[in-house]
Design a protein around this ligand. Sequence first.
Ligand code: ZN
Length: 185
Amino acid sequence: MKDNIEKIITQLLESIGEDPSRPGIVETPKRIEKMYQEIFSSINQENFTDFKLFDNDAVNENQDIIVTDIPFYSMCEHHMLPFFGVAHVAYIPNDKIIGLSKIPRLVDFVTKKLTLQEKVTRDIALQLNKILHPKGVAVQTEARHMCIEMRGIKKTNSTTKVKYYDGIYQENNHMLDNFISTING
Ligand SMILES: [Zn+2]
């Protein structure tokens, strides 16, 4: 990330009619530069690498692993405003499984950039496919979008759901129904 963000935010403050030297916001450009390093830390990072795999000697044939209600926070690429919510992630392992705590880390990884809920949902599945080559992946995200709620016709508390199903979840209604009833249960 370039180190001129502070300068650019100062210009932006001027452009929207603010006085960048007034006491309340004089530190704001510096704060935003620091914050962007955190919330955009995945920009230009193609692959999630912070994981360990284990041999799958615990999960039976076509049994899935489901992690529900993983919170996430991201920034919409159309408006640079937050969208946030939860992700539900399931996979049917082949020969490897991933440490359970790494799935929330993976969700973090795909959200720390400018993106869209549709891409977040797909990227979780694509990264899991790359890492684990599972027999199936199912992801559902539920999010609120500040670019919808803060602008225009306000429909607060409306939640957008996006789904991505791959492999066995596409072919087997029983597996899919089980995933859906688990995340709704
Ligand atoms: Zn937006």
